[in-house]
Design a protein around this ligand. Sequence first.
Ligand code: DGY
Length: 320
Amino acid sequence: MKPILWITCKLPEEIVEPLKSWADVREWPTVEVNMPHEKLEEIIQEADILWTIMDNRVSRELLQTAKNLKLICNLAVGYNNIDVEAAKELGIAVTNTPGVLTETTADLAFTLMLITARRIIEAADEVRNGDWTYWGVNHLAGRDVHGATLGIIGMGRIGEALAQRAKGFNMEVLYHNRRRKPQAEEAYGFSYRELDALLQESDYVVVLTPMTPETKGLIGKRELQLMKNTSILINVARGGIVQEDALYDALKNGEIWAAGTDVFVQEPVSTSHPLLTLKNFVALPHIGSATLRTRKEMMEMNIESMHDYLEGNPIRHRVV
Ligand code: DGY
């Protein structure tokens, strides 16, 4: 009997079709709406392999209801949507997609710095809405990225890729990380700072740390107040790392100059979210790794893990 592979979102036909030679493939049918949690509760009971996306909340309670589940492949490098400790205890392997999305996500982080600093969304909207009525000396004037100081919180692969881009813009790069990276410091000239010092010195603070119990709510009122009132905060990691109410206050009160984020506590974010009322806030819909090539490579990586499991080989890209 073929193992049951449940795919919780609609993936391209050319990816799914070949899987049918070895799996009994069951998939969520539409792209417009992702699988609701109630459906996940139902299908987890029959799946041998579960192919998840970060919208799926795979808690300990949910995992305990799984009867045959042996492998979860998460279509993301982050896996905070899955209780990996519980999975480990229950003998369920979990895999992710590190590496292949590094450069693409660094591109997006740098893009978000540029568009937030140069007020690109406001500017483009002005043209499109017919509001471009004059040229003014400080009209839509933003902040320079080149030559500024970039502070990266979480210096993993994506952080290093972002820092290399920053070097091309003659930026000074500071970083804060759980572990210092002397080799990268020497090779690329990055400087380590304690979190408070990084916040105080940087013109751009980019959050790239994974979401863990330690980083949840890491950037709140106190941290935002440490930042310069000319500085810009960028978050392309996970929504809950930056406290959204504190960010709203800091932007509204001019404690920081602007912010750009690709991630929210609740995704998709509600259009009535207070942050969306602010002109100095740029919002993107979690598209860090969204290029055609990278998404294909992420899917292929998940499939490699499935093949390893099937063939009884050590499972590549395994988290637990
Ligand atoms: C990741 O890989 O963790 C991204 O946030 C999902 O695109």
